[in-house]
Design a protein around this ligand. Structure first.
Ligand code: ZN
Length: 335
């Protein structure tokens, strides 16, 4: 995503990252910002990025200007680029508001947000986007009201797609035990009923893909709700979390999870066929569905440890990772 420092809004910012990515034992694809410096006032030179980006996103910031939104969506439609939207009404809130669902915020004497934090701007976008049948992709859907809007929207707009994070599928505000910034993310955790609705939407195809919204922060950036940076790490825990909390509990089929993490995103970004077959590059992960271990700081490969799942016992861990025919990760017993 483009919300880095500096913002990826020009091919010159992207160029050194492309070189770095090529050296890594993993396939990395990039997004450019939709607007310069994510400021929402002027679109980037879309064509200047050519095939070096798979799409455009002002992730982290709502693009309130509908003229610019439509310009971006039309470019995406013509050029097969995913235009991914982050939707919230933070720009309309007072500075005293914490991005924490109201029913949880009240427990910590904070002013929180309700379901309209997502639903209001989403409904505004969909009114125009669905009428024009433009390919709009929503990042991290988080509420039952949002699910209802997407489900209804898909009936008239076949190009409407969306994603959900592992943490919105596996946590609700009922899981918040303390005033701990590791439960603070944007979009926020919601009610148990919202979580149930997201799981149902994954099962019936309303939700197309699962994506992490991986957001590493140093421990000094976290702390309590009122002062914490937003977001949690997600990449390494994605599969074991989904397997343990959704498949083992028989709420979601294993095939649904695998498709939402692999084939469905591949289609969405118009990526070449990555399936295991003759003449394709060997890029795959082997998962041990019987391996159970707790999430510890030592286990985390990230430089950051901002996750509410530290200490949680999870099952279904990757044990072998192969990139372009070379084994880059091999699980050792006891590590
Ligand atoms: Zn976002």
């Amino acid at each position: 995503m483009a919300n880095t420092v500096p913002v990826i809004d020009h091919p010159q910012v992207l160029a050194p990252l492309l070189i770095k990515a090529k050296e890594l034992p993993i396939n990395i694809q990039f997004f450019s910002a939709i607007t310069n410096n994510l400021a929402g006032s002027k679109v980037v030179d879309f064509a200047s990025f050519g095939d070096n980006v798979i799409g455009f996103s002002d992730d982290g910031v709502y693009l309130a200007n509908q003229t610019l939104l439509i310009t971006a969506l039309k470019y995406g439609q013509t050029n097969n680029k995913l235009i991914a939207l982050h939707v919230d009404n933070r720009h309309q809130l007072g500075t005293a508001t914490t991005i924490l669902r109201d029913a949880a915020a009240i427990r910590f004497n904070l002013t929180g947000v309700n379901e309209n934090y997502e639903a209001k701007p989403l409904a505004q976008d969909l009114t125009i986007v669905n009428q024009l049948q433009l390919p709009y992709h929503l990042c991290h859907l988080s509420t039952a009201k949002g699910v209802a809007l997407i489900r209804k929207g898909k009936i008239i707009n076949p190009f409407l797609t969306c994603e959900v994070t592992p943490h919105h599928l596996t946590l609700s505000i009922d899981d918040i035990q303390a005033n701990d910034g590791n439960y603070l993310m944007n979009l926020p955790l919601n009610l148990k009923t919202d979580q149930i609705s997201l799981i149902a939407a994954l099962n019936d195809g309303t939700i197309d893909i699962i994506a992490t919204d991986h957001a590493p922060h140093q421990s000094k950036e976290k702390g309590s709700f009122a002062t914490s940076a937003m977001g949690i790490i997600g990449l390494q825990l994605t599969f074991p979390l989904l397997y343990t909390k959704l498949v083992q509990t028989k709420q979601v089929a294993l095939a649904t999870i695998i498709n939402a993490l692999t084939i469905n995103p591949q289609k969405l970004i118009h990526h070449h066929d990555v399936r295991l077959k003759v003449a394709n590059e060997a890029n795959f992960t082997v998962i041990d569905l019987n391996l159970t271990q707790p999430v510890t700081r030592k286990l985390l490969q990230s430089k950051a440890a901002n996750t509410p799942f530290l200490g949680t016992k999870l099952t279904g861990w990757p044990i072998i990772n192969v990139h372009n025919g070379v084994i880059h990760y091999l699980h050792q017993e006891g590590t």
